[in-house]
Design a protein around this ligand. Structure first.
Ligand SMILES: [Zn+2]
Length: 230
């Protein structure tokens, strides 16, 4: 009886705790004003050490989806929250971002130029991104249960909020665009060419890709290693 009693008590306690945590998150989200002012991406690129620390502080599935999803695809936040199951091709291991889709989300409804349509920021942003091992299992799991990201992460604001809270726990300022910039840096460090970086990130201007390559310094470091002492 005692074991059964403990078990019942434990389950009730667990569900209460679960409800309490959920309520706390909802109330926080509704009432706490968070400053989402735009920060400069290049000043907040994450180091590998910071990335590792943030990963250790992830507590919720949505946070995990958001952090890994943005960091290892380099998507813009608007692209990420609009991602749907049919964008992903698990045979080819690719994500295809279409130029436009029909969308009835709050932000697309309000769009005066083309209401109820979501469109990539530029033509170049309609692109193909590889599904990296870091997100493969997560995306496979998520999209076997849900048709789109928006089922869980309903708006840009919610995404900002989740990252802000995760960043607070890890002691790092965290916002969506910085993860896109950090992904570009990771590619630059691995010495992808500026054309490859441009194509994956969907930039129009080669200058942006060049900036990340210069910032990372990987190429110049290797050139010196090879040539200086030779
Ligand atoms: Zn939309």
């Amino acid at each position: 009886m005692t074991i059964l009693g403990n078990y019942i008590y434990g389950s009730i306690y667990n569900s209460f705790e679960h409800i309490y945590m959920l309520m706390k998150r909802v109330l926080n989200f509704m009432f706490k004003r968070v400053n989402f002012s735009k920060s400069k991406t290049k000043e907040h690129l994450l180091s590998n050490k910071q990335i590792a620390r943030i990963k250790q502080h992830i507590e919720y599935e949505d946070e995990q989806l958001l952090f890994y999803g943005l960091l290892y695809t380099g998507m813009r936040i608007s692209e990420f929250i609009h991602m749907r199951r049919d964008w992903l091709d698990f045979d080819e291991m690719l994500i295809r971002i279409p130029r436009e889709i029909k969308c009835l989300c709050q932000s697309c409804k309000k769009d005066k130029v083309h209401p109820n349509i979501w469109r990539t920021k530029t033509k170049a942003a309609a692109r193909i991104i590889p599904i990296l091992p870091e997100v493969h299992g997560r995306f496979l799991g998520y999209f076997s249960d849900h048709k789109k990201i928006m089922v869980r992460i309903k708006s840009r604001r919610m995404a900002y909020y989740y990252l802000h809270k995760l960043g607070e726990r890890a002691g790092v300022k965290l916002f969506p665009h910085q993860l896109r910039g950090t992904f570009a840096t990771l590619l630059a460090e691995k010495e992808f060419t500026h054309w490859q970086i441009l194509s994956v990130l969907g930039w129009t201007d080669i200058k942006t890709a060049m900036e990340y390559i210069t910032l990372s310094g990987a190429r110049i470091k290797r050139a010196f290693d090879q040539k200086w002492s030779a």
